[in-house]
Unconditional design. Structure first.
Lengths: 184, 195
């Protein structure tokens, strides 16, 4: 079966810069779903994640002339997304309490039964929520998005040592939280 | 220092790595916002050609708008303008399909379908192995057509619209494909022959 030959992100960017705004939809199709997951894990809820994503793509559209083809478009977009997520998270924290109290006791999650899948997901998000924002961000970039530390430097603007420390602390804290849940 | 996670983090990571299905409506809103904001972005190189649709009055269609070339995509039912002082592209109108030859390199095709009562509309064809899940259409509001833009290689492409997951229909304004009692109704588009 034949399939449409792909063309590069850079080619699409050039097309948009030539005046074809609709072509930007190709980039949205390529990246929205994947970064939706990351955004949701980062900010903790779907509604804020959608706001982050819309803001990210709109900013990317307006800033396309600044995109340099030597950088992977996905990484450039991710950098914008991380910044937008920080803004949304900070604003939300000021506005309301998003996540449960840190010392709330969590019931053991019965994973064997598929119906408890939602509970597992909630447990995971609660654990993430208890991390500091920069640790959560570093942990997700490293272990969910699979970025190298060098790529993470480009996306976050933080130094290599700082990023490694954040990831380590995130891992330690998550183990602590999850052990508390399972050893009550 | 090692940052390799071990149990119970593996369980947490397995959950976090599960693919997530983004809301197609939210995704559609992204392009709605881009369209509202659309204006020719400033290009760092001034010598690029720009295109303009001049005097191309397009009717509201339930069909296919075909764009040929890197530089442009024409959406049927809208007038596109890219800048002043540029040569108008060659425009051919046949039925409700508009093909504009702008630059002979890439092909971006916008499929459109009018179905105000539908909850979901998808596109199926050889390009996505006749899998309607792969290519949903979106619409900015219930009053507007469903649409999706795809990149297609030059050549012939059979396709059909799938309405509400069950009803396979050919393009009411497109060119019907040769009837085949073993296949659902479908249409055909030939990409890359416009001049």
């Amino acid at each position: 079966m034949k399939s449409a030959p792909p063309f590069s992100d850079a080619a699409v960017v050039r097309q948009v810069l030539d005046g074809d705004a609709e072509a930007f939809g190709v980039l949205v199709e390529r990246y929205y779903d994947h970064y939706a997951r990351f955004a949701r894990h980062l900010v903790g809820n779907r509604e804020d994640a959608e706001e982050v994503l819309q803001d990210t793509f709109l900013r990317a559209y307006h800033a396309l002339a600044k995109y340099e083809e030597k950088e992977r478009f996905g990484a450039w977009l991710l950098r914008i997304l991380v910044n937008r997520a920080r803004t949304v998270s900070a604003r939300r924290k000021r506005r309301e309490r998003l996540f449960p109290e840190a010392d709330a006791g969590w019931a053991e999650v019965a994973e064997a039964h598929p119906a408890e899948r939602a509970a597992l997901r909630e447990e995971v998000h609660r654990a993430l929520a208890l991390l500091a924002v920069d640790q959560r961000e570093a942990f997700l970039l490293r272990y969910v998005e699979g970025l190298t530390y060098e790529e993470m430097v480009g996306v976050t603007g933080a130094g290599l040592s700082a990023l490694k420390m954040r990831v380590k602390r995130a891992c330690d804290r998550l183990r602590e939280i999850l052990n508390e849940v399972h050893h009550v | 220092m090692s940052d390799h996670p071990v149990e119970p983090l593996e369980r947490l990571l397995a959950e976090l790595r599960e693919p997530d299905t983004a809301d197609p409506i939210a995704k559609g809103r992204v392009m709605d916002a881009v369209r509202r904001a659309a204006r020719p972005p400033r290009h760092p190189e001034d010598a690029r050609r720009r295109t303009r649709m001049a005097g191309a009055r397009l009717t509201s269609v339930a069909g296919v708008a075909l764009a040929a070339g890197v530089a442009g995509l024409i959406t049927a039912g809208a007038r596109a303008s890219y800048g002043d002082g540029d040569a108008a592209p060659a425009v051919h109108v046949f039925g409700d399909t508009v093909a504009a030859t702008l630059r002979d390199t890439l092909r971006l095709v916008r499929f459109m379908f009018v179905a105000p009562a539908a909850q979901r509309v998808a596109l199926a064809g050889e390009f996505n192995r006749w899998n309607p899940s792969a290519t949903p259409l979106h619409r900015p509001s219930p009053d507007e057509p469903w649409s999706v833009a795809l990149r297609l290689p030059a050549g012939r492409h059979d396709y059909a619209f799938v309405v509400d997951d069950t009803q396979w229909v050919s393009d009411p304004r497109g060119t019907p494909a040769d009837p085949n009692e073993l296949a659902p109704p479908r249409s055909v588009i030939v990409v890359g022959t416009e001049r």
